[in-house]
Ligand binder design. Structure first.
Ligand code: ZN
Ligand code: ZN
Length: 86
């Protein structure tokens, strides 16, 4: 993940202190989105900004060849899965 930055604040990735939470890996708009420990703490709304699994609503998605794969339940979602406003 060379050159990766926080999806929210743009902070370059770093190894978090043991007392901090690890970086969150998510997917936003079909691309990998990393969230730094500080944004996880200070911006609790961040899960609303990233893609969710259509099956289990998890944000623990990864992207492989343009497809989002849920790391919780294994569901695969195509790129640009429309998110209807609720
Ligand atoms: Zn951040
Ligand atoms: Zn899922």
């Amino acid at each position: 993940m060379a050159g990766a930055t926080c999806f929210l604040c743009g902070r370059p990735t770093y190894d978090p202190d043991k007392r901090e939470r690890p970086w969150a890996r998510a997917v936003a708009g079909g691309a990998v989105a990393l969230v730094c420990p500080r944004c996880r703490r200070d911006r609790p709304e961040w899960p609303a900004l990233v893609d969710h699994c259509p099956a289990c609503d998890s944000t623990r998605l990864s992207v492989t060849l343009g497809e989002s794969v849920c790391r919780e339940c294994g569901a695969v979602a195509g790129l640009e899965a429309p998110r209807e406003g609720l």
